[in-house]
Design a binder for this molecule. Structure first.
Ligand SMILES: Cc1cc2nc3c(=O)[nH]c(=O)nc-3n(C[C@H](O)[C@H](O)[C@H](O)COP(=O)(O)OP(=O)(O)OC[C@H]3O[C@@H](n4cnc5c(N)ncnc54)[C@H](O)[C@@H]3O)c2cc1C
Length: 536
């Protein structure tokens, strides 16, 4: 086998909660796993940034109650099957994997008889059911998962490796006859190895895309850098079905410091009592949702903030923590307190300026409850996938649970298929061709890449942002398509690099969101195509 072709049983692209869970569960089933990330360390993920928590089960909770809350937040266009699956199975996996096996450091009720786990609440949940670890829940889960993976002999973790393309029989076999076979089969992925500066073909019986969402295609986002929808674009090119791409959730409250990257102020802060007010000091949420007020679903709170900012010509609104959150704020929200303090705001004493920012993709690669996509041999788990769980708007703290649950069941499904010999023959694997390098006409120009990114991110924020209109979407699509033609040429004529792959994929995912938004005339959930109204 050539140096640029490797082989494994299961290739997993992405090391967040979804990819890492899949890797761990598959490895424990005896499967050989190759887990890759484009970053320099496996814990650099959006999972690591999650603050608020993960849905578990509250006192007097039930799968039916959780189902009701998820569907209410999702505006009823959720997949009932996915909602029931998560509500039934999700909390059990939290107990089995995170609590009993990995001993994640979740916060306990201090002084309670049996040191019971504490549960908090976030927007649109009817009871307290969210397990948390101060305000660094994601970090604690992620590091426990990666540490467990490092103890597995049958898992190879490769950092500095960017997936470029999904390998399929019809597209990449040297055997001409493969092109005529009905029904394609995924056989792995082409991966750009940063250090070697070359693309390797990693062949696999089963491939899992776990590349997260696409927050970084927006100028204002809560996301890690470089999360631009690679997996969705690659899956689409390979022939898998992608759905619900217009549903981008904008988080209502990120710390506003002009010119600085947005930092999330978790919804758990409102869960503990914090309230939003405008610069005139009015607690405005009671005008938009008199019942749930500051704990209304995210899409409603974001829309209300947006309305207040426009109406009052203000660049931000205020989150009043000091007057409404009881107990030790610094102990409960250490990361948030520290970050705000570093920027000159003491949240225990003064209100925090906040604005909405792009946060979560509710759509993605269409999968069933086992994480199978419409392309045989290809799975998708976590934020990159669309299980249908979130419908038009995600309920807070369900995404970590979705990544965990689908990561777990996708791994079980793959292991079962491998154990029952539902595998591709070696002679078929041997037909896969090596990556064909670009013609290397132009040298990479960082100025061009930076300028293209600025245009994409601004277009997405201004025209395909919180509130959309027909004319803005039309303009966005024209601009993005024009840009894509140029970027495609650039991609074909420049030696491959991680920055060029990211730009190439980012443009395509921006187009996918804009096309989906243009096709959906109905304002629903986080797809808003006209200004929202106040309730009288
Ligand atoms: C600031 C913040 C706070 C949040 N808080 C919460 C919360 O409290 N509760 C909750 O439920 N959800 C929360 N979320 C959402 C949740 O964290 C994410 O939806 C979830 O962690 C996504 O996990 P994932 O495994 O799908 O992907 P990620 O954790 O995003 O990981 C993606 C992985 O894919 C890799 N990757 C991407 N492209 C490529 C490529 N081409 N080649 C190789 N590797 C690639 C990345 O390097 C990374 O390893 C929050 C999100 C953010 C941004």
């Amino acid at each position: 086998m050539s140096r640029s072709i490797k082989q494994t049983e299961c290739l997993i692209i992405g090391t967040g909660i979804a990819g890492a869970t899949s890797a761990l569960v598959a490895a424990k089933e005896g499967i050989n796993v190759t887990l890759i990330t484009k970053r320099s360390h496996p814990t650099i993920t959006n999972t690591n940034l999650a603050q608020g928590g993960i849905v578990y089960k509250g006192e007097s909770d039930s799968p039916q109650l959780l189902k009701k809350d998820i569907i209410r937040a999702g505006r009823g266009i959720n997949s009932i099957e996915a909602v029931e699956f998560l509500s039934e199975k999700g909390p059990q996996i939290v107990k089995e994997l995170l609590i009993d096996e990995l001993h994640v450091n979740f916060t306990h009720i201090r002084g309670s008889e049996d040191e019971a786990l504490d549960l908090t609440r976030e927007g649109a949940h009817s009871i307290n059911r969210i397990l948390y670890s101060a305000d660094h829940t994601g970090k604690d889960i992620e590091s426990a998962l990666i540490a467990a993976l490092q103890r597995q002999d049958n898992v190879e973790v490769i950092t500095g490796a960017t997936a470029v393309d999904i390998i399929t029989l019809q597209h990449h076999s040297k055997n001409i006859q493969s092109r005529y076979v009905l029904g394609d089969r995924c056989l792995g992925a082409y991966v750009f190895m940063h250090e070697e500066k070359e693309v390797a073909a990693i062949l696999a019986q089963y491939t899992v895309i776990a590349t997260g969402g696409l927050g970084d295609i927006y100028i204002h986002s809560t996301s890690e850098k470089g999360i631009v929808g690679d997996g969705i674009v690659m899956a689409k090119r390979a022939g898998a079905r992608v759905i619900n791409m217009e549903f981008i959730q904008f988080h209502p409250t990120t710390f506003y410091v002009p010119g600085k990257r947005r930092f999330l102020i978790s919804e758990a802060v409102r869960g503990e009592g914090a309230r939003l007010k405008n610069l005139r000091g009015e607690y405005f949420m009671e005008r938009y949702n008199p019942q749930l007020k500051d704990l209304a679903p995210r899409d409603e709170v974001t829309a209300a903030i947006w309305m207040e900012m426009i109406k009052n010509k203000q660049e931000y609104v205020l989150l009043d923590v000091a007057n409404h959150v009881h107990g030790n704020i610094e102990e409960r929200f250490p990361t948030i307190c520290r970050t705000c303090k570093d920027a000159g705001i003491d949240i225990t004493n003064e209100p925090v300026p906040v604005v909405p920012a792009a946060h979560y993709l509710c759509g993605g690669i269409h999968v069933n409850t086992q994480g199978r996509t419409t392309l045989n041999g290809l799975y998708a788990v976590g934020e990159v996938s669309c299980t249908g769980l979130h419908g038009a708007n995600r309920l807070a703290s369900t995404s970590l649970l979705e990544g965990l649950t689908w990561g777990y069941f996708a791994a079980k499904d793959m292991a079962w298929r491998i154990h029952t010999k539902e595998i591709v023959e070696q002679k078929t694997m041997n037909t896969v061709r090596e990556w064909i390098p670009t013609r290397k006409v132009e040298k990479e120009d960082p100025a061009l890449i930076a300028q293209d990114w600025m245009m994409i991110k601004n277009t997405m924020w201004n025209y395909v942002g919180i509130v959309r209109s027909r004319s803005r979407l039309k303009r966005a699509l024209e601009d993005l398509r024009h840009m894509y033609l140029r970027i495609e040429d650039f991609y074909k004529e420049t030696p491959i690099s991680k920055d060029i792959i990211s730009l190439f994929h980012g443009t395509q995912s921006a187009i996918m969101v804009t096309v989906a938004a243009s096709r959906n005339n109905k304002s629903i959930g986080c797809h808003m195509i006209s200004p929202p109204a106040e309730k009288s």
